[in-house]
Ligand binder design. Structure first.
Ligand code: GLV
Ligand code: MN
Ligand code: MN
Length: 423
């Protein structure tokens, strides 16, 4: 039998599953790009869930579904009282998503389990692979909703009542519709022994530094606000400029103003207006209202608060100057998270032992791991994203890097799950 330290995943088998899941809700670009539109709790999400649950069962997992639609498969260890070592991520995507964001953490986890089972290695702790509902936050806000409820950070009833940003469908109704309102209570009863999430970096740093593995130190804070700006709709030809109350002008000030704030603050501060809708959106009508979103992130909570304060000042100045009313709603607000130092060290040491280049880095994107870190020792393994692209159908990671990351995940999990001596 192969010694546990020598075990390696089957990279081709993992790639085939990534490809197969990528066919569900596939989107094709003009230059051969192959991406995914699998918004949370859509029909495509249901098909993706069914496919992954089928794979979980094929390799002997005991699958359970909780009240917010999180799916967890478990394979027992030798100690019935030991908590599972959990891997996982999400399989929902943004509307212009790729094959790897989230999918890799789930299918990488399955690959680890299949490798362990195929080798006959016996572990003291059970293994678990999870996918959490609505990680992306593209359809329902906040993001990381499923894992947030899982760890008790949001009440189940509140989560089920969230309405979709596009069609205003209720999350609980959509869960029922796709058959994933499960019987298990959420929050979960017990905490895992540890949680490890394999993920693509989604940014350019690893590629730029020619490094294969990122040992993730934490996740930056996230602040999402939705603004509804209301002015006076009027005729574009007849209304003199001095008499206008144009919410579009305030929206424009916000778009360029938050960019200036982030540029002036520097460091890890980023700012994005990703959604902007004019009403009635016609060439010859001063808009009646504009709805837009502002996404601010920083690794430092104090600096994130400063960015929020500066954004509020710019908004009230611009709105007052134009005589526009402002309504705002917080869609998500999470403080920066630092992962467990021993878990970060384990990822770092394991990657080096396997002969990979490694660097420590914070995550710019939000992840289910940041919620799991509230209840158990947690870490993440990053692999490079080609051209740093993600949330884009051109998202890509080379097969060799996928395999490298999955082998790091495997060896980290073997350490955490305690290989039985003599196995
Ligand atoms: C989730 O993917 C986010 O970071 O926006
Ligand atoms: Mn993700
Ligand atoms: Mn994402």
């Amino acid at each position: 039998m192969t010694a546990p330290q020598e075990l390696r995943v089957d990279g081709a088998r993992l790639w085939r599953r990534l490809e197969a899941l990528g066919e569900v809700g596939a989107v094709h670009g003009p230059n051969g790009e192959r991406g995914n539109a699998r918004l949370a709790l859509s029909d495509a999400d249901r098909q993706g869930r069914d496919l992954v649950v089928g794979w979980m069962r094929d390799i002997g997992g005991h699958v359970s579904i909780d009240a917010v639609g999180n799916v967890v498969a478990v394979w027992p260890g030798t100690d019935p009282s030991a908590a599972p070592v959990m891997m996982g991520s999400h399989i929902d995507t943004v509307r212009t998503g790729g094959w790897f964001d989230g999918n890799l953490g789930v299918l990488g986890g399955l690959e680890v389990v299949e490798t362990v089972l195929g080798s006959g290695t016996r572990l003291r702790h059970p293994l678990a692979v999870a996918f959490f509902t609505n990680e992306e936050g593209a359809r329902f806000q906040p993001d990381m909703l499923g894992s947030l409820v899982y760890v008790g950070g949001m009440a189940l009833e509140e989560a089920l009542d969230v309405q979709a940003a596009d069609d205003e469908a209720r999350l609980g109704d959509e869960l029922q519709r796709i058959g994933y309102a499960g019987p298990l209570p959420c929050p979960a009863a017990g905490a895992p022994r540890a949680f490890v999430e394999l993920h693509i970096e989604q940014g350019p740093v690893l590629e730029d530094e020619s490094v294969t593995i990122g040992a993730v130190t934490g996740v930056q804070g996230i602040s999402w606000t939705e603004l509804t700006l209301t002015g006076q709709s009027a005729h574009a030809g007849t209304t003199p400029m001095r008499l206008r109350r144009d919410p579009g002008v305030v929206a424009a000030a916000v778009v360029s103003g938050v960019r200036a704030i982030a540029t002036e603050m520097g460091g890890s501060q980023v700012a994005t207006v990703g959604r902007l809708e004019f009403h009635p959106n016609l060439v010859n009508v001063v808009p009646a209202s504009v709805t837009l979103t502002v996404d601010l992130r920083n690794t430092d909570e104090e600096l994130l608060r400063q960015a929020e304060a500066r954004f509020q000042q710019l908004l009230s100045d611009a709105a007052a100057a134009e005589g526009v009313d402002v309504r705002q709603r917080t869609l998500a607000r999470f403080e920066p998270v630092e992962f467990d130092p021993e878990m970060i060290q384990l990822v770092d040491d394991t990657a080096r032992r396997l002969g990979h280049s490694v660097m420590r880095m914070p995550s710019g994107a939000g992840h289910d791991a940041q919620m799991m870190a509230r209840v158990c020792p947690t870490s993440m393994v990053f692999v490079p994203s080609v051209n740093g692209l993600s949330h884009n159908i051109a998202e890509y990671t080379h097969p060799a890097d996928i395999e490298a990351g999955a082998n790091v995940l495997l060896q980290v999990v073997l350490t955490l799950a305690a290989v039985e001596s003599g196995a």
